[in-house]
Design a protein around this ligand. Structure first.
Ligand code: CP
Ligand code: NVA
Length: 309
């Protein structure tokens, strides 16, 4: 059993194995309906418990489908309805109960520490469904989408992120180290990635390029990534933050400085950081990106259950 909490803690060869498995499984399902199980039903008989302490549309639904396609069953529990928290049951006891009834635990929370604490007390694998510092399932799936569309290794591409230095970007930075791709970041001076992230990049002898000018960051990019300026865990002055990013909006003028076959990706939900014509335009692959979450998350679950072929 293995946890899937942060991309930085997972060996590159395991991440590649997950992507290879996802590709095979996706190819093998061409004529299947949404809830048809994969032929081998590798998680038949398992119960996977999902818990969301914050909103989710894509993660919740894509994991529901992924779990069913693997032959397992899932239940989503609401944090507000558990004894943990309001009812005063300890995290350790809750973890014991989850391990007694369930075979896997998937958690979206506003505390990285809570995920670490759960991982210490659980006897079943835990998967991070988004935390303040990390969105590993999203980003590994996005690497899959990039390689699927570009038909080449991401290590041969120029990847650019325009926007806030948030959980998704932290995971993208970790991916840039694991998969060795060039990463340009375009963000205002006060919003650069946190020191612990930059230190980790340095320790791993890689470099990321930070620009306080979106045009320079996006030049010759194969892929432009973005995300909401104000994330779920953000506190503070939303209007000010959005104003600080006003020159970093992705529009057709910015897309012109990218490579001719460039694509636009966004994890959703979106805000004002991208113009409607780019988001709904030909370069945008956001729906394919959302659907691929199902395929990659299946292989993430198999990795966690020690069942990757
Ligand atoms: N991209 C993503 O994780 O979306 P949700 O917040 O809807 O799950
Ligand atoms: N950075 C965003 C991602 C949402 C999927 C957030 O944390 O709200």
């Amino acid at each position: 059993m293995r946890n899937f909490i942060n991309l930085k803690d997972i060996p590159a060869k395991d991440l590649r194995k997950i992507l290879n498995d996802a590709k095979k499984r996706k190819n093998n399902r061409k004529a299947f309906s949404t809830l048809d199980t994969d032929k081998d039903q590798p998680l038949k008989g398992k119960l996977i418990i999902q818990m969301y302490e914050k909103q989710s549309s894509r993660t919740r639904l894509s994991f529901y489908i992924a779990i069913n396609q693997l032959g397992a069953n899932s239940i989503t529990v609401k944090a507000s309805e558990l004894h943990l928290g309001k009812g005063g049951e300890s995290l350790a006891d809750t973890a014991k109960i989850l391990s007694t009834y369930g075979d896997g635990f998937l958690l979206r929370t506003d505390s990285d520490k809570k995920i670490e604490d759960f991982s210490k007390h659980l006897k079943i694998p835990i998967v991070n469904l988004l935390s303040p510092n990390s969105h590993p399932c999203q980003v590994l799936s996005d690497v899959f989408t990039v390689e699927e569309i570009k038909k080449k290794s991401i290590s041969k591409l120029n990847i650019c992120w325009i926007g806030d230095c948030n959980n998704v970007l932290n995971s993208l930075i970790a991916a840039s180290v694991k998969f060795k791709f060039n990463l340009n970041i375009g963000c205002p001076k006060n919003y650069i990635p946190p020191k612990f992230v930059m230190d980790w990049v340095k320790k791993n002898k890689r470099k990321i390029n930070i620009f306080n000018n979106p045009q320079k960051a996006a030049k010759d990019a194969d892929v432009i990534f973005s995300d909401k300026v104000f994330s779920l865990n953000d506190k503070g002055d939303k209007a000010k933050k959005i104003k600080d990013f006003k020159n970093y909006r992705i529009n057709s003028k910015l897309m012109k400085v990218t490579r001719p076959n460039s694509i636009f990706l966004h994890c959703l939900p979106r805000g004002n950081e991208v113009s409607e014509d780019v988001f709904l335009g030909k370069k945008s692959k956001v729906w394919q990106q959302a659907l691929n979450r199902v395929h990659v998350q299946k292989s993430i679950l198999l990795y966690s259950f020690g069942k990757l072929r």
